[in-house]
Design a protein around this ligand. Structure first.
Ligand code: F6P
Length: 344
């Protein structure tokens, strides 16, 4: 078969591991041929691609980023964009298209499937909030980076008797904040699923201070909000899928905490550090399993589906189902946070 591949949306450690697995199994086991569209849907729109050979993918499993590069191009917002993509895919005589991306990328895959393109999706986001799959590759790496940062913030915060607020990624879901916060022994963890109670935050920090812990570590997800407020964002810019650039809740909190408690407070925003660099061994393995699952779906003719992890098994679900909702922290996860807080 002749198969097209692309990576769309924000990059994520493990994208190259998916490409590596798809191409290796496709060529070695099925005798496939591959082209890789460059920069997500923009590559399909402009018919800009490279040939993916065994030589090209050899060794890329260890690399961060994506050899196909990526973009947040939304072809549905471009007049005639979808039609042009369908025409380019046909002109390349593709038997299948594998799109690796989050819900935005997969919403385009879904539209193309409706237009008759034989497509398969592979889920991706460090935020880990795609419904339908238990864990997204990239999340483990991001959590590892965030946890290491939180570990390091403890010693400098303690040395200066400071509070440090560490802002991590997590637009609609607090998976990174929760996991890195718990693993890194943060004193306060704040997530988008629950409005921030500043009185409570300050009470925890004061309680610790009065009991000998003269410093504090707060981990906050970028999408967390103060009651009634909007998510903190840079400027008014939105991307082609309508998302604002989230950033700044860490600094807002640091200012408020210092004002209310009198403790010197600083903020650190980990930002894209969490997405860069080499994937963890766990993510290389998970991404490999997703890739193998995708090329198998193509050869079984099971189009319109998304590869997912359910428990320990790689399965697939209808793609449309997966992009309809976000997987956020439920009460049992929020309870982990409250269970480890001091009794005030
Ligand atoms: O991939 C999801 C995400 O990492 C969000 O947590 C974050 O808000 C967004 O991407 C940032 O994306 P960009 O690369 O456009 O700045």
């Amino acid at each position: 078969m002749r198969v097209g591949l692309l990576t769309g949306g924000g990059d994520c450690p493990g994208l190259n591991a998916v490409i590596h697995a798809v191409v290796k199994k496709g060529i070695n086991q099925y005798g496939d041929e591959f082209i890789g569209f460059l920069e997500g849907w923009r590559g399909v729109l402009d018919n800009n691609f490279i040939h993916l050979t065994l030589g090209r993918v050899d060794g890329i499993i260890t690399e961060g980023g994506t050899i196909l590069r990526t973009s947040r191009t939304n072809v549905r917002k471009i007049e005639g964009g979808l039609e042009k993509c369908v025409a380019n895919l046909k002109a390349n005589k593709l038997d299948a298209l594998i799109a690796i991306g989050g819900d935005d990328t997969q919403s385009v895959t879904n539209a193309l499937i409706q237009a008759g393109v034989p497509g398969v999706g592979v889920p991706k986001t460090i935020d880990n909030d795609l419904s339908g799959t238990d864990i997204c590759f990239g999340f483990d790496t991001a959590v590892g980076i965030a946890t290491e940062a939180v570990d390091r913030l403890h010693t400098t915060a303690e040395a200066h008797n400071r509070v440090i607020v560490c802002e991590v990624m997590g637009r609609d879901a607090g998976w990174i904040a929760l996991t890195a916060g718990i693993a890194g022994n943060a004193h306060v963890i704040l997530v988008p699923e629950k409005p921030i109670d500043l009185d409570h935050v300050c009470a925890v920090l004061r309680h610790n201070h009065e009991n000998g812990k003269k410093y504090g570590i707060v981990v906050v997800a970028e999408g967390a909000t103060l009651p009634g407020a909007q998510q903190a964002a840079i400027g008014g810019k939105v991307d082609s899928f309508g998302h604002v650039r989230l950033s700044g809740i860490g600094q807002i909190l640091a200012d408020e905490i210092e004002k209310r408690t009198g403790y010197e407070t600083r903020s650190v925003n980990l930002g894209h550090t969490q997405r860069g660099g080499t994937p963890s061994a766990f993510d290389r393995m998970l991404a490999t399993r997703y890739g193998l699952g995708a090329i198998d779906l193509v050869h079984k003719g099971e189009f319109g589906r998304l590869v997912v992890l359910r428990g320990t098994k790689i399965e697939s679900i209808p793609l449309a189902e997966a992009i309809s909702t976000n997987r956020t922290l439920d009460d049992s996860f929020l309870e982990i946070i409250s269970s480890l807080e001091p009794k005030l």
